[in-house]
Design a protein around this ligand. Structure first.
Ligand SMILES: O=P(O)(O)OC[C@H]1O[C@H](OP(=O)(O)OP(=O)(O)O)[C@H](O)[C@@H]1O
Ligand SMILES: Nc1nc2[nH]cnc2c(=O)[nH]1
Length: 176
């Protein structure tokens, strides 16, 4: 694997993203919803830099199964999520790739009658987008490589890496 984004770059950019979120919401109460499992590390770093009245919740969206590095069927589980009716909601995810996950998550949340919904992702792969929507806050635009670390997995490994790295083709094949 080769490193794409170093630990200190991640820390600096997450601090900037927190500032952008503070500018957007001011002192308004906010509900931050992390899309599990990939947003786990970003959520932990981001929410500790937000100082408005904050509620934190999680939901699960999962589309990548087994050895696949292309999207399969998407399973959404909103049962773990707090009530969002009448709330300003910020969806947080690790990566916006084809965009289908976020598009589905946004549609699911909008059905719960929030006041507003915005979205924040750490990474965006512009070359791969297949949907019309875009996240409101984006940490980094990255090339079309399969990335791991800082919450992102390959077959549930590598989420604990403190940096973002791209896997080489043979590393993906070797897990297959
Ligand atoms: O833009 P897309 O092409 O839809 O891909 C983005 C989604 O894929 C990953 O989730 P994954 O299904 O791998 O689950 P995970 O968060 O548990 O790793 C990632 O965390 C995003 O939620
Ligand atoms: N780990 C990981 N999950 C993804 N989901 C969509 N794209 C990616 C990616 O590049 N890496």
């Amino acid at each position: 694997m080769h490193t794409l984004i170093e630990t200190n770059q991640l820390a600096l950019r997450v601090t900037e993203l927190a500032e952008e979120v503070r500018e957007a919401y001011g002192d308004e109460p906010l509900t931050v919803l992390g899309v599990m499992t990939g947003s786990l590390v970003l959520m932990a770093d981001l929410i500790r830099q937000l100082d408005m009245p904050l509620r934190v919740g999680v939901m699960q969206a999962r589309s990548y199964r087994g050895t696949a590095t292309t999207a399969g069927d998407l399973a959404l589980n909103l049962e773990m999520m707090p009530q969002v009716a009448g709330q300003n909601v910020l969806i947080v995810d690790d990566i916006f790739d084809t965009g289908h996950t976020l598009e589905n998550v946004l549609a699911g949340i909008r059905q719960q009658s929030p006041i507003s919904v915005r979205s924040l992702v750490l990474l965006s792969k512009s070359e791969r987008h297949e949907v019309a929507i875009r996240p409101d806050f984006i940490g980094f635009h990255i090339p079309n490589e399969f990335v791991v670390g800082y919450g992102l997995d390959y077959q549930d490994h590598y989420r604990n890496l403190p940096f973002v790295a791209a896997l080489e083709d043979h590393e993906i094949a070797s897990h297959a």
